[in-house]
Design a protein around this ligand. Structure first.
Ligand code: FMN
Length: 210
């Protein structure tokens, strides 16, 4: 029997999920553990033949740890290199200009949330068919919805994907380069309550075909 309370709760959480980009501090280890455990229940690509135990790893970086200091340095260096490459690419391709500008700004001032919250990195082993990016999206969504239910804010960090090719970062995770895809986010206590989400009109998006 469907439970109306559970339906209400899941609908509420899905609608309440927002991107939060500034934090007033970290959440407790206990809450963080509960949030990341949701990643273990996200779907995985069983068709690759990789056993579940070998396919997924979750890494947590807390403030004031050596690992976080190293991660921040590697990310800053990665941003500087990406900004340089994108500046050149933007000379030849107009569509690269917006991204180049954004990455340049992050390379100059850093990513504020990384100095305030905890970094979570999810790794999924690459297989065939190559669907690890999709699996990681499911992992992040589980983490995001669980964080929302706990009143914890989350910012996705797209740049984490590119760190899969960064030898120093992969060494920090203790994973061999080239075999894993990465995705990441920062979580923490939201500095501000996000504005109420605008209503979305279902008829603009959903089409029942006859
Ligand atoms: C694939 C993907 C990558 C994203 N990467 C980032 C990111 O690197 N940094 C960030 O602050 N937000 C990132 N976002 C969040 C979007 O900007 C955000 O979801 C969108 O603005 C809508 O806002 P909402 O999450 O509050 O609904 C990403 C979202 C998606 C789906």
């Amino acid at each position: 029997m469907p439970d109306p309370q559970q339906i209400f709760a899941i609908e509420h959480i899905i609608r309440a999920r927002r991107s939060i980009r500034s934090f007033s501090g970290q959440v407790s280890d206990e809450t963080l553990q509960k949030i990341v455990e949701s990643a273990l229940y996200a779907p995985y690509a069983a068709g690759t033949g990789i056993p579940f135990k070998e396919i997924r790893r979750i890494f947590i970086f807390r403030q004031q740890t050596a690992a976080m200091t190293q991660a921040q340095e590697i990310i800053q260096e990665h941003l500087r290199r990406s900004a340089f490459k994108l500046r050149i690419a933007a000379v030849f391709s107009k569509k690269m200009q917006t991204l180049a500008g954004r990455v340049q700004a992050s390379a100059e001032k850093g990513i504020p949330s990384l100095r305030e919250g905890s970094l979570i990195v999810a790794a999924e082993k690459k297989g065939f068919p190559p669907v690890e990016a999709q699996s990681l999206a499911h992992v992040m969504q589980n983490i995001w919805l669980t964080a929302t239910a706990h009143g914890v804010g989350l910012q996705l960090l797209s740049l984490t994907g590119g760190l899969a090719n960064n030898k120093r970062f992969m060494q920090l995770l203790g994973l061999p380069p080239k075999e894993w895809a990465l995705s990441g986010c920062v979580v923490g206590i939201p500095k501000h309550v996000p504005a109420a989400r605008e209503q979305r009109n279902a008829d603009d998006f959903i089409f029942w075909l006859k």
